[in-house]
Design a protein around this ligand. Structure first.
Ligand code: 2AM
Ligand code: CA
Ligand code: CA
Ligand code: CA
Length: 272
């Protein structure tokens, strides 16, 4: 059976735009805000509503498609066989709650573990980043150019200040020299947007100690379609079934960060 990826692409864009519209409308209503693992780990009624919307619509479209999402309304999978949607209904929930900007809907569609389609939708700016395996990455349907090599001294890196602040379990000394060497650092608070910015050449690298599959599934396809590299901090493929550390970037920057700042300096089980 041949899979009609154009049809899946058109359908997923339709769902993403509808999800964006629901989220924009929610700005007029009172949000219900709860916490998850700790007091700063927020979840709202909209995170749940949007994920349920994706689950219902995808299953109606084709019941053989599976879906995993952050809020747990989809399937519980231990393999990526077949067609699997990996969805973060709102990536950057803290920004959504506090700032009403800098958050995104993130969707990656994988076939037997291979990323075929990736989307990051900046709902407030109405900017859809999308990528189609082998056909490139786009911002609002305008093709993004391949990434060009950048020197670390001229790079802008995304990195949460937590990873360079003294902490009992985080080897912050590893990243401090990198922060000094780079031209600048940024932290937007949405992994999906940070990945989209790498694909668009606005950031050159992104480092974090812990991301989940739904944080990265859409952005990984985007970055790879412009020639960027996505791995864990040890230069190994990032798992799409469990959490792991994360290093993504322009290929020249990814290589320098791994070889000069991480390799031999960060032990795999030190905190990740
Ligand atoms: P979220 O908003 O979907 O939860 C914030 O720096 C980024 O990390 C966001 O992409 C956020 O996704 C993600 N994030 C927040 N809490 C996390 C956690 N406990 N584990 C992994 N990723 C998390
Ligand atoms: Ca969350
Ligand atoms: Ca997320
Ligand atoms: Ca989320």
């Amino acid at each position: 059976m041949t899979i009609n990826w154009d049809e899946i692409d058109a359908f997923s864009k339709e769902l993403i735009y509808k999800a964006g519209e629901k989220i924009r409308q929610s700005f007029q209503e009172k949000l219900q805000i709860d916490t998850k693992s700790d007091a700063n780990d927020l979840v709202t009624n909209m995170d749940k509503e949007i994920e349920r919307f994706f689950v219902e619509e995808v299953k109606k479209f084709d019941p053989s498609h599976q879906l995993i999402g952050e809020e747990g309304f989809g399937d519980q999978l231990d393999t990526l066989n077949g067609i699997v949607w990996i969805v973060d209904p709102i990536d950057g929930t803290m920004n959504f709650v506090h700032q009403q900007r800098n958050f995104a809907v993130s969707v990656g569609i994988y076939h037997d573990g291979v990323g075929m389609l990736g989307y990051v939708y900046d709902v407030v700016l109405d900017e859809l980043y999308h990528a189609y395996k082998g056909q490139g990455a786009y911002l609002n349907n305008k093709k993004l150019p391949l990434l060009k090599p950048v020197d670390i001294e001229q790079s802008i890196l995304a990195l949460n200040t937590l990873w360079v602040a003294p902490h009992e379990s985080i080897p912050y000394e590893v990243f401090a020299p990198l922060v000094h060497k780079a031209r600048g650092t940024r932290s937007y608070g949405s992994a999906a947007l940070e990945m989209a910015y790498i694909a668009a050449g606005r950031l050159d690298g992104y480092i974090t100690m812990r991301l989940s599959p739904w944080d990265i599934a859409g952005g990984k396809v985007l970055i790879e379609e412009v020639g960027g590299v996505v791995t864990d901090l040890y230069n190994e493929p990032h798992s799409l079934l469990e959490k792991s550390s994360f290093l993504a970037g322009n290929p020249s920057i990814h290589k320098v960060i791994f070889e000069q700042y991480i390799e031999g300096k960060l032990k795999k089980n030190s905190s990740t």
